[in-house]
Write a protein that binds this ligand. Structure first.
Ligand SMILES: Nc1nc2c(c(=O)[nH]1)N=C([C@H](O)[C@H](O)COP(=O)(O)OP(=O)(O)OP(=O)(O)O)CN2
Ligand SMILES: [Zn+2]
Length: 142
């Protein structure tokens, strides 16, 4: 039987969540943290209205509608919305709550909820200027 090609489309869906955080690494001194993170190291934190977006791959001809709403609710809204990321979300007790790490957190959460192989990318917009895109890549660090 010869293989048939299928058109692959991407479907994107986003939610907005509000959260506060402080950029602070336990492996650095207070001085080093202040130098590295500046105003984002403010001891009492600061807040953002984040936009989280997932993009999934869909086989266009199949024509079925993937139920996409629930996974964003479970992967983003329930754990992160109206939370202090550093204090309310166990993942960020040891991981600095940068937008990059929030994107990784969301990626890992969505992977557990979605059918294998369909998650294409996660985007997290922290401010008008700061947007992180994560596609599940890993690299070796020394
Ligand atoms: N690599 C990263 N650097 C920074 C992150 C991050 O997630 N990854 N995040 C921050 C802060 O959380 C901060 O709140 C961003 O605010 P700010 O620096 O004010 O950013 P804006 O784009 O809104 O404004 P500018 O001051 O014009 O840059 C910092 N760094
Ligand atoms: Zn911030």
């Amino acid at each position: 039987m010869s293989p048939r090609s299928a058109r692959l489309a991407r479907l994107s869906r986003s939610v907005t969540f509000s959260a506060c955080h402080r950029l602070h690494s336990k492996s650095l001194s207070d001085e080093e943290n202040l130098k590295l993170f500046g105003k984002c190291n403010n001891p009492n934190g600061h807040g953002h209205n984040y936009k989280g977006r997932k993009v999934i791959s869909i086989l266009a001809p199949a024509g079925f509608v993937v139920v996409t709403v629930l996974s964003l609710q479970e992967a983003i809204m329930e754990p992160l919305d109206h939370k202090n990321l550093d204090k309310d979300v166990p993942y960020f007790s040891e991981v600095v709550s940068t937008t990059e790490n929030i994107a990784v957190f969301i990626w890992d959460s969505l992977q557990k909820l979605l059918p294998q192989g369909i998650l294409y990318k996660v985007e997290v917009q922290e401010t008008e200027q700061n947007v992180v895109v994560y596609k599940g890549e890993e690299t070796i660090v020394k």
